[in-house]
Design a binder for this molecule. Sequence first.
Ligand SMILES: Cc1cc2nc3c(=O)[nH]c(=O)nc-3n(C[C@H](O)[C@H](O)[C@H](O)COP(=O)(O)OP(=O)(O)OC[C@H]3O[C@@H](n4cnc5c(N)ncnc54)[C@H](O)[C@@H]3O)c2cc1C
Length: 498
Amino acid sequence: MKKKCVIIGSGLGGLSCGYILLKNGYDVTILEQDNQIGGCLQCFSRDGVKFETGMHFIGSLDKGQTLSYLTHYLDIDKDINLNRLNTKAYDVVSLNGDRFCFANGKENFIETMASYFPKEKDNLRIYFDLIEKIAKASSLHSLNYDEYDNIINTKYQTQTINEVIDNIIQDSLLRDVLVGNLPLYAGVKDKTPFSTHAFIMDFYNQSAFRVVGGSDSIALSLAKSINNQGGIIVTNKKVKHIVCDESKAIGVETEDEMFYQADIVIADIHPTCVMKMLDTKMIRPAFRQRINNIPNTIGGFSVYLKFKKDKVPYMNSNFYGFKNNSPWNCDMYDENTWPKGYLYMHFCHKNNPTFAESGVVLSYMKMQEMEPWINTFVNNRGEDYLEFKNSKAKKLLSEVEKDFPVLKDNIESFYTSTPLTYRDYTNTKDGSMYGVVKDVSLGSSCRVHHRTKVPNLLLTGQNINSHGMLGVLVGTIVTCSALLGEENIYNQIKQANK
Ligand SMILES: Cc1cc2nc3c(=O)[nH]c(=O)nc-3n(C[C@H](O)[C@H](O)[C@H](O)COP(=O)(O)OP(=O)(O)OC[C@H]3O[C@@H](n4cnc5c(N)ncnc54)[C@H](O)[C@@H]3O)c2cc1C
């Protein structure tokens, strides 16, 4: 008899766990609260144009690079079409009125940065050697499951980004340039571990791409494989309760009073939501309290732009603009100082386009600002909410237009989202962008383990290991290893990549 696994949530974490478990003989049902699968992988269309909500570019996908092993194992690579970002400038950081490019590859990165900061060339090498060393300490780099270097990992999980960079780099502008992509992980000064910075730098520095036509093709590819293997994905099914007997979970109950029996339950949702679903004594009050008290990364405000036809040249880079000449502390704003920084990107609808059809501008937004509408739901929040979003969008766009004057007369229409949008579409606590924080001062008390005290209830998704395409898939390997064995999964990944 096949073991029945019920997965709560069809984000990247839930879908990829479903795929692996089906491949290994489990009977899998995935329950999704929304009417679309994918969580942050979902896209939406307005006015004939498609927009991505939470996966704008991905990295390390060239043959032999870390993510390529996983996409090939998950059989996603056959269904997604990639458009490479500018290898000389996949990221462009704007500070002090100057623009600094991040080039792909360690040597190119060092050479390009050293062209702006020649005196720092040796230090840049020390910095990048360290990035590489930390990334390579992960067993997924070598695909040898026992090659995990715990000493290096622990060391740089307990030192902050600024602490490490300030020790290596002398020039204060270069220190800021190197953290120009902070919005990709909502890094916070004196809190975020250097290891988080190192993994993201390495991930995109290996190679960087947009998914042509939208990152929902990743979710659709996994869903197709899941259905082909006999797995079931049910949308509009919000789980409200994980039902337990004295010693284990026995299934889940949905809001429409359906019961799904399970031998294994996997939750690809925010851990505080899991706590709300459990009333068993197996979860001790102290554990519940710790999980509920973990802070979350800040939320985001996005302006989705539809451009006039053939007016805005396609930008094959991501642009990070900062008003105060430092990427740090953009989360510490008030009404007058917002937005302190933004990330601007174009969507890629066909390979190597000349003009962009659409783009997105993303800036931080705290959930506290949403207080007047906290009890409202999508499309029903009132006129004042629409006015709030409109005025924020105009303020943000006026900043972007200073860097990109071409936008002034060439935006046909725009749409917005706030932390409430993410809270309501993906059930993420506080509408947080990347889930629970990583904070060196909180140490292990802000870590979420994939195992729980309910022996057959596992957690997965961005809160387990890290957010993002690679972070979530590493979490998936960790979660599935608890059922299938780590060595077994590594061998399967190796086999698939032979
Ligand atoms: C604005 C933004 C931009 C980003 N850009 C990038 C990027 O460029 N590159 C990158 O790699 N990463 C990016 N990320 C991060 C990445 O999108 C996420 O880390 C990842 O998609 C999270 O996947 P997940 O499976 O953990 O969770 P989610 O995608 O949040 O999926 C959870 C799913 O569970 C469902 N669910 C919740 N509660 C219930 C319930 N009670 N019952 C049933 N279903 C439920 C939700 O509806 C959702 O579908 C971005 C994120 C954001 C917010």
